[in-house]
Design a protein around this ligand. Structure first.
Ligand code: GUN
Ligand code: ZN
Length: 429
């Protein structure tokens, strides 16, 4: 008989898409249970019933905490951990002044390992169990990140960031070395344990057309890999892309013309899209990633969540650490809510929680394994304390239903709200 663990608490899972079905898409049990066996969810149901049916299971009672799928952060830069919250610059200056000097240090495996471990521990403490990360141009930075995630048993996606122009000496590869190094890393890590590789051109301004072409060719050779990049984040950036690629119809076309537009493509930010770009992204089934704390912190703009979801786009949610100003997906949901309000749509807590779990997992094409609670899925679970501070507690005691109970934690919660984080059935926090 294999060991079983039974988690008790309130449970929340999704049976449909709350953007289509509203809050009825979620199923809440105020006295639920999750049975875990060999790192996966074996059963989910009423706590008392599961306890009676599985008397041999080790019981971990999380009391009135809310058990749900661990958060999935669909766009991060782990190497920017130590420069998060750097003051006063917009995108291009922020990259040159803060980001590139820090990323330069990741050729040192010891530095890369230290930051990778620090990053994963910070995000686990915030209830995030899966991230999709950019590394730096250095293969060592990819090795360090995958090794740290593997040691923690985490499902992560990452790739070597490729740049062969408009970056400082020491932070540039070439078209050929980007192809060769990416391919070697992909072969080394893709599909090993819970790790997968994403082909990662940083963005069109830091790649020559030759490099984009080489990475497009690599993607064509490995179409099951994700490809991640940035798209239409700031207006200055878009003007720069127009200068660098005079032939292109628009920003997206700089990727499309080089084989970097596809159903397994992940496009971060995607704020200032033209209608042709929106249509093409939807036609090919690409995923867009909303990075709300980054978009306000760097001053980028207001993502059109309501319009893009209504048009049928797949959208994930992300911190974009360290352009984003937080490691917390709670804070990120709050920022998504605020941006929704500024655009005239109040996102429901069910929609926010869905974006931070199922939505991001769908964006990463991992929704069969993670992002929800269901039998057979991997047991990546967060236990949320819905009264983690006096301010939140005095608000949530008035709640009439689960949505009123959880919304104050979404808006005001931080790592103090994380009572436990479970990864593949092991408690890491
Ligand atoms: N565009 C290109 N690189 C980056 C980055 O590191 N962060 C953000 N926010 N945007 C980018
Ligand atoms: Zn980014």
């Amino acid at each position: 008989m294999t060991a079983q663990t039974l988690l008790l608490g309130q449970t929340l899972r999704f049976t449909a898409d709350p953007f289509a079905e509203g809050p009825a898409a979620a199923s809440h049990d105020s006295a639920g249970g999750i049975l875990i066996e060999e790192g996966r969810i074996a059963a989910i149901g009423q706590g008392a019933q599961l306890r009676a049916a599985h008397p041999q299971a080790r019981v971990v009672d999380h009391g009135d905490a809310l058990l749900m799928a661990g958060f999935v952060d669909a766009h991060v830069h782990y190497p920017q951990t130590a420069i998060i919250a750097s003051w006063g610059k917009r995108l291009i200056d922020w990259l040159n002044l803060y980001t590139f000097p820090e990323e330069m240090r990741f050729g040192d495996p010891a530095h890369a390992a230290e930051i990778a471990g620090r990053y994963l521990d910070l995000t686990l403490a915030n209830g995030t169990t899966t991230v999709c990360s950019y590394a730096t141009i250095h293969p060592e930075s990819v090795d360090a990140f995958f090794a740290a995630a593997q040691a923690r048993g985490q499902r992560v996606v990452a790739g070597k960031t490729c740049m062969d122009r408009n970056a400082p000496e020491g932070l540039r590869d070439t078209a050929q070395s980007a192809y060769d190094d990416s391919r070697a890393l992909l072969r080394k890590w893709h599909g090993v344990d819970r790790l997968s590789y994403a082909i990662t051109p940083r963005f069109s301004p830091t790649s020559t057309p030759e490099q984009l072409e080489a990475l497009g060719a690599l993607w064509a050779e490995h179409p099951d890999c994700l490809m991640q990049t940035h798209l239409s984040e700031q207006t200055d950036e878009i003007a720069w892309v127009r200068d660098l690629y005079p032939q292109a119809r628009d920003y997206l076309d700089t990727y499309e013309a080089h084989g970097l537009l596809g159903a397994n493509g992940l496009y971060g930010h995607a704020i200032h899209l033209e209608s042709r770009e929106r249509d093409r992204l939807r036609e090919v089934g690409a995923a867009l990633v909303h990075c709300p704390t980054s978009n306000t912190f760097i001053g980028s703009g207001l993502f059109d969540m309501a319009g893009l979801v209504a048009a049928g786009h797949r959208v994930g949610l992300a911190t974009d650490t360290g352009g984003g100003s937080s490691f917390s997906m709670l804070r990120t949901m709050a920022a998504a809510y605020e941006i929704g309000q500024l655009r005239g749509t109040a996102l429901h807590p069910a929609q926010l929680l869905w974006l931070a779990t199922v939505g991001s997992a769908r964006a990463l094409r991992l929704d069969a394994s993670i992002g929800n609670l269901a039998p057979g899925m991997e047991a990546d679970i967060v236990a949320l304390d819905l009264a983690s501070t006096p301010a939140i507690a005095q608000r949530s005691t008035r709640a009439q239903d689960i949505w009123e109970a959880v919304f104050p934690t979404i808006m005001m919660g931080d790592d103090r709200a994380i009572r436990a984080t479970w990864v593949a059935g092991q408690r890491l926090v």
